[in-house]
Design a protein. Structure first.
Length: 460
């Protein structure tokens, strides 16, 4: 499950507002929401029925060992009922959901799995100058089929374990943005995540990360320049009886945005991080970070092509990696066809493991992802989509127990329905993608009917 929150903004220029920032606690934010008497609430039921096929049921490795499962194909079905609650007042929006998913294979019933996903996402107007976002989620499931909670355009490019690992996970995140003057803004974000393999993989321990950034941004008419400081703590669980691996990652990042036109914008980012062994602060390694992206955003769709050189923990495989990634992501309506869209992600990543003890980078993992979906909604209550995904993971070093070379193709045909068709609200986008923030909506101004067809494959 993925929960995304960041920033604040307005259509056009940001609101010029006055006031002080209250204490950042959930109780205060909840009280603000309760103080507004006229809430617009909705409760919807959702159901997605899908049929699919995969050529690697258990994500078995390419090079077969005596204890490895065979590379076998199978057909499967998915059934995902869920409920969605939304609430909006003039100063608060909350969205809560629960989804149950059953994955049932035709021949390999040993691969059958069931998952539960809980999510809560909210945004609050603390004062005329400040906005607070809070979210939380919990999941349990198995990494062996599509994640129905993410659209094809949002699929992550991450190393994944082999063998259909079962897991439990939880996350909590928070953001705060405040307008200091007409041109200056301060912002802060924090996220805590925990991932625990269970079953046959339970001996690998529990992995957790606590990520924090804080910074300031100055805006002109078409340009903005921001400076953020990053401070992360990561703990990777290891085999029973051995010490866990604890790391600190700190460093600055400079970010520049430019609006070329009303729909086209660009981003450049550069910085550096220091990864330090947290037990004794004795071993460390420094790495640069960089971003270059061009975005196309208009009503009903968006596209992005980007390059990133990043240093990030991967809780799935218990490693911090230095990654070079090139990606194209898009969700756009189909011309001349009402309520139809195509969306997807295509990306390539080469990553190396950060070995703080040795003071260098080891191994190499190459990932390739192609995830494309075509969708059509005959009305606001129904959506049908056809989705194809190809994932390749190639390692050039000795295989480990959790991450080895493998490839997988999947095809999924889904029919989704919901009642009633209209939410009371949606949490507005806070992506910091443009200087003028014309792609963002204010609290109290969201339009729950503004669902683009490009999102249809994610509305489960």
């Amino acid at each position: 499950m993925k929960v995304l929150l960041s920033g604040t903004g307005c259509a056009g220029r940001r609101r010029r507002i006055r006031g002080a920032v209250p204490i950042l606690v959930l109780a205060a934010a909840t009280a603000l929401g309760a103080a507004s008497a006229h809430a617009d609430d909705s409760l919807a039921t959702r159901l997605t029925a899908s049929g699919g096929w995969t050529d690697n049921v258990l994500s078995a490795p390419n090079e077969q060992g005596p204890m490895d499962p065979p590379i076998e194909s199978d057909s499967f079905s998915q059934l995902s009922p869920g409920v969605l609650f939304t609430s909006e007042t003039r100063r608060m929006i909350q969205v809560a959901s629960y989804t149950f998913t059953a994955n049932l294979f035709v021949s390999h019933t040993e691969a059958n799995s069931y998952s539960n996903d809980l999510a809560w996402n909210s945004i609050y107007s603390l004062s005329a100058v400040s906005e607070l976002g809070l979210s939380a989620g919990a999941s349990n499931g198995r990494i062996n089929t599509f994640n129905l909670q993410s659209a094809a355009s949002d699929t992550g490019l991450d190393q994944l374990p082999n063998g259909g690992v079962s897991f439990v996970s939880a996350d909590v995140s928070q953001f705060l943005r405040r307008e200091l003057t007409r041109a200056w803004r301060a912002q802060q974000r924090s996220a805590f995540r925990v991932f625990k393999p269970i079953g046959d993989s339970s001996s690998l321990g529990t992995n957790l990360s606590w990520n924090n950034t804080a910074g300031v941004q100055h805006s002109w008419q078409y340009d903005s320049l921001g400076l953020d400081m990053r401070a992360d703590f990561t703990r990777f669980g290891t085999a029973v009886g051995t010490e866990s691996n604890k790391q600190l990652t700190v460093g600055p990042n400079l970010r520049y945005l430019h609006d070329f036109t009303d729909s086209l914008s660009g981003e450049l980012g550069a910085g550096a991080v220091l990864v330090v062994q947290a037990d004794d602060f004795g071993q460390r390694i420094a790495q640069p970070v960089a971003t270059a992206a061009v975005r196309y955003i208009r009503e009903g769709g968006r596209a992005e092509v980007a390059y990133r050189h990043s240093v990030a923990p991967n809780l799935f495989v218990a490693q911090t990696t230095v990654n070079d990634e090139v990606s194209l992501r898009a969700g756009l309506p189909v011309p001349f066809v009402d309520r139809a869209a195509i969306s997807g992600s295509v990306g390539y990543q080469q990553g190396r493991i950060v070995d703080v003890q040795m003071g260098g980078l080891i191994g190499s993992t190459k990932l390739f992802l192609a995830d494309v979906a075509a969708s059509w909604s005959p009305n606001e209550s129904l959506a049908v989509s056809l989705r194809y995904q190809r994932f390749d993971q190639l390692r050039s070093q000795a295989a480990t127990a959790t991450s080895r070379s493998y490839a997988r193709n999947q095809v999924l045909l889904s029919l989704s329905g919901r009642y009633p068709s209209r939410d009371a609200a949606t949490v507005p986008s806070r992506l910091d993608a443009r200087v003028d923030e014309s792609n963002e909506q204010n609290l109290g101004q969201t339009d729950p009917s503004d669902h683009t067809a490009a999102d249809a494959d994610a509305r489960r």
